[in-house]
Design a protein around this ligand. Structure first.
Ligand code: ATP
Ligand code: MG
Length: 437
């Protein structure tokens, strides 16, 4: 706010009997005849403005009493100690300016107790976000992203930005969005996979990117959207996949602990606490995970995707053992993309998922850096390596061993806060049916 305008939370006893100016949304107007109370809300809280009919000019009293809900008003007045007001003070106005009147009726209420359909909320997201508990998620998400940045920069990673308009996908054709690129076929990037790997051949040997990823997800689930923020990293000169797990584990733990410490005010608004996961995160192989869920009666066979239900069942088993976050490693190579390294002599691969309370939040692995073996993997997957020449070239002229991950930022936030749907962590979510606002 401009220096002349005060936030609700900045006003205290030192301001008693002094004049201040506030600006915010008119949350409520209670006209009791001889006195009108106006509740004004800003980013951090509310202020009670008391307007006694006998003590303020008649025009001001009339204007304050007829304010429409959710209008923006700038109010100057004297701070008075008050035992009735929640904050311990109220403001008696000397002047008021309606900087932006709100029409009525409102498309939805901000403080009403009636529950509003999610579709209505997302249709009028600007209004929905006026609720402190809805907004708190984004304050927390911002703090989480700061933690990720901090951790990686401390660990020698360089932040990079790769193209979002691309000529080929890396994660399978089914979820590609087509676009017309000056008459040529192009796609919105599903992930920075190919580019971050190409960077491993340059000497920028530890990179990360936090940016949008696009997936044409055809189904409606609580964890898929068409546009999400992907936190990708790639690191070279590794000795095994464990080097990658160590960095990601350190980063996730640092982020969760940082949020628990620094976002207390916002967590309180949300009415939740963050549970600190137990470390080290246990490592279970895909085969062990399969056995665990089979023992629960799930009909999954070797090679099957664990799926939503399998992941959930595993989450329950792990949480009973005291673990919220855990690794699932060595998936069948058949289930993994061309860029993943095979575990020779077995049907498995150097791949991993990181799961948080029964839901995948990240996938990664050691990559195939050997040119010939990479070409073989393209062929095995029925892909034409020539179509990926811009990528394979980087492997033909000196590519160190490397690995990395892609983590869905919104999935991390969703699980950290125990939110029922990923959409709650996205300001303007995009899904199969939603393209506006
Ligand atoms: P899932 O099996 O849950 O659909 P995935 O294995 O297809 O995910 P990856 O390609 O491994 O996803 O992407 C890396 C990470 O990006 C995932 O672990 C997840 O956190 C996030 N992610 C992937 N797709 C989506 C999506 N549609 N919406 C939100 N986050 C996503
Ligand atoms: Mg995955």
């Amino acid at each position: 706010m401009s220096s002349a305008i005060r936030y609700s939370k900045s006003i205290g006893t030192e301001d008693f009997e002094r004049e201040v100016t506030i600006e915010g949304w008119v949350q409520d107007v209670r006209a009791l005849g001889g006195i009108t109370f106006v509740i004004v809300r800003d980013r951090y809280g509310v202020v009670q403005v008391a307007v006694p009919k006998k003590k303020v000019p008649p025009e001001l009293f009339a204007a304050m009493t007829s304010l429409s809900r959710e209008s923006v008003a700038r109010i100057t007045g004297v701070v008075k100690k008050s035992d009735q007001a929640k904050a311990g003070f109220e403001i008696v106005p000397t002047s008021m300016d309606v900087t932006s009147p709100a029409q009525s009726p409102l498309p939805m209420g901000v403080v009403d107790k009636v529950s509003v359909e999610p579709e209505t909320r997302f249709d009028h997201r600007f209004m929905d976000l006026r609720k402190p508990e809805v907004r708190a998620v984004f304050e927390i998400k911002s703090i989480a992203l700061k933690m990720i940045d901090e951790y990686l920069l401390k660990n020698g990673f360089v932040e990079v930005f790769t193209p979002k308009i691309v000529a080929s996908g890396a994660e399978g054709g089914a979820t590609l969005f087509n676009i017309d690129y000056f008459g040529r076929k192009a796609y919105l990037a599903q992930s920075p996979q190919l580019y971050k790997q190409m960077l491993m051949s340059t000497g920028l040997d530890r990179v990360f990117e936090i940016g949008p990823a696009f997936r044409a997800e055809p189904s409606d689930t609580i964890r898929h959207v068409s546009e999400f923020i992907s936190f990708d990293a790639e690191m070279a000169h590794i000795s095994s996949m464990r080097d990658v797990l160590d960095v990601l584990e350190g980063c996730v733990q640092y982020t969760i602990e940082g949020v628990a410490r620094e976002a207390v005010e916002h967590l309180t608004k949300l009415g939740t606490r963050v549970r600190i996961p137990r470390t080290p995160y246990p490592v279970i192989t895909y085969s062990e995970a399969l056995e665990k869920v089979q023992a629960q009666g799930m009909a999954l066979r070797m090679g099957d995707d664990l799926g939503t239900e399998g992941e959930k069942a595993l989450g329950q088993i792990m949480s009973a053992e005291g673990f919220d976050v855990y690794w699932i490693v060595e998936y069948p190579e058949e289930a993994k993309p061309f860029y993943i390294m095979e575990k020779d002599g077995t049907p498995f691969s150097y791949s991993f998922d990181l799961d948080y309370c029964g839901q995948e939040i990240a996938s990664g692995g050691q990559r195939e850096h050997r040119f010939d073996r990479l070409v073989q993997r393209f062929e095995k997957k029925g892909l034409d390596p020539e179509a990926f020449r811009f990528y394979t070239n980087a492997f033909a002229f000196g590519m160190p061993p490397h690995g990395g991950w892609g983590l869905g930022v919104e999935r991390l936030v969703q699980k950290m806060l125990g939110l029922p749907n990923i959409r709650e962590t996205i300001l303007f979510p995009r899904d199969r049916t939603r393209l506006t606002p």
